[in-house]
Design a protein around this ligand. Sequence first.
Ligand code: AKG
Ligand code: FE2
Length: 454
Amino acid sequence: MEPSQKRRKVSFDAVDKCDSGHGSEDDSTDFKLAVLASLHPDRSDDVLLDYLLAYNGSVENVSAALSTPPKEELPKKRNNAINGVQSSLTSFATGTDGPTIIAKPLTKKGRTLHLYSPEDIEAHTPCSILHNFLPTDVADALLQELLGELPTFRRDKFQIFDRSVVSPHTVRLYVDDVKTQAQYTYNGGPIDNIGRTTEHLLTVSDLVRVKVNEEIERRTKNFQPNGERLKFQSPDEWRPNASFVNCYSSGKENVGWHSDNLTYLGVGAIIGSLSLGVKREFRVRKSLPQSDTSSTEQGQIAIHLRKCTPERAAPRLVEISEALANRWTKAHNSLLVMHANMQEEWKHSIAPAKAIDPHPVAGNRRFNITYRCYKDYLHPSLTPRCKCNMAAVLRCVQKRAATRGRYMWMCHTGFSVGGTSCGWFTWAKFDDEGKPEWAKGYKGNANLPISAKE
Ligand SMILES: O=C(O)CCC(=O)C(=O)O
Ligand SMILES: [Fe+2]
C-alpha cells in the first residue's frame, strides 16, 4: 500500500484539532472524544468516554443521547468507575535513596492516580513541577498583562469530516521575532492573530529559560538512562522564542487529550508551561502500542497544578472526591516542565472542572503559558511541502506497534475549514541530536526504519 493511502485515515490526528493547535493523536477513541468534547463542552472526558463505551463507539448516538432532553440515562455497560482511588505514588516508592523509576505502569485503564508531590511527579512521568516559581510581583504583572490581552485571544476553528468545530478554550501565539515567525501555519492555514512577545511575557521567558535548563540537566542526570541525553534530544541550550498562551475562562473550558505538535518544536521537544490564575487539574497518560495486551492506554495520572499543603503531601489511599480536590491551597504560579519524549510517548489534557476556586485577580480564568523553543531549521520555509504546496506537519507514531516512535511529515490541509487533504506523507529523518537533513551540523540519519517492511 502506498504510504499516502495509509495516512488518509482521518482519525490519525484529529485531537490536534481540538486542542488549540498543537496536539497530535492517532487513536480513534481519542478522536471521537475530541469530537464529542467540541460538541458537548459541558461534559467531562470521563462522562463522554462512558457514553462512548455504552453506545459502542458511535459518536452520532452519543451526541444524540446527550442532546435529548430530558437527559437519557447512561446504559449500564461498564462497572469500573472512571474515578477509582487516589493515591500518592510516594507510597509505592521502593525505598532507595535516589529517584525511583517504576518500570511497570501503576495505573490501570479507568483509574486516575493523583500525584501531589513534585517528587512523585518527576519519578513517574516525564514532567517536573516547581511551585511558586515567579516572584509574586512578576507573576501578578504578567497576569494583568494577559488579562489586558484577552480580547485578542481566539478559539481555534477546524474541520472534522464535514463539520466545523471550535476549540473549548481560547488561545494566542506570541513570537519573539514577528518578521520571520509570523509565517507559522496551523491547521494547514495561516494563523491570523500571532502577536509579538509582550513585555512581561519576555521578562518571564528569561526566568523560564534559566529554570528549564537547570531542570533538563537534573532530569538527564537523575532520571535518564546512564545520565545521558535521550536519542534525538538536542544538546543545545533550551532557548524559548515563542509562547502559546491558553485561557480557560471558566471551569467548563478545557483541552482534550493530545500531545503537542512537533512541527516547529522538533523531536525530543521540551516545553516550559506556566500556570496563572485558577488552579486546574492537569492529566497525563502514557500511550501504549496498539498490540499491547488488552488495554491501549494506561489509566490517567492527574497532576495537581498547585502547591500542596504538607499534610496533603503524601496521602495514602483516599477516596476520590471533588471536595477534597477543591480544598488544596490556591496556587497559580507553578511551572511544569515537559521533558524530552513526553510529546512522543504521552498525552495530556486539562479536564473540565465541576467547581473552581476563583482567583482574586483572574476571577474564574486560568492562563497557561507554554514557552516553546521553535527551531530555526524547522521554519516553514525550510520544511517539506505536501502536494497542496503547504508546509507539512511533523508527527510521531504513537499507536501502531510496527512504526511506533517513527516521525513523519504529512499534509495537514484536510483539517482547515473548507480544506481537503492531498494525503501526502513521507517518513522523516533526524540525527541523534534531532536535526533534520537540511540543518547545519546534521550528522546522519538515526531514525532508521523500525520494521523493514513498510
Ligand atoms: O493548560 C495547560 O496546562 C495545558 C495546555 C496545553 O496542553 C498546550 O498548550 O499544549
Ligand atoms: Fe499541550
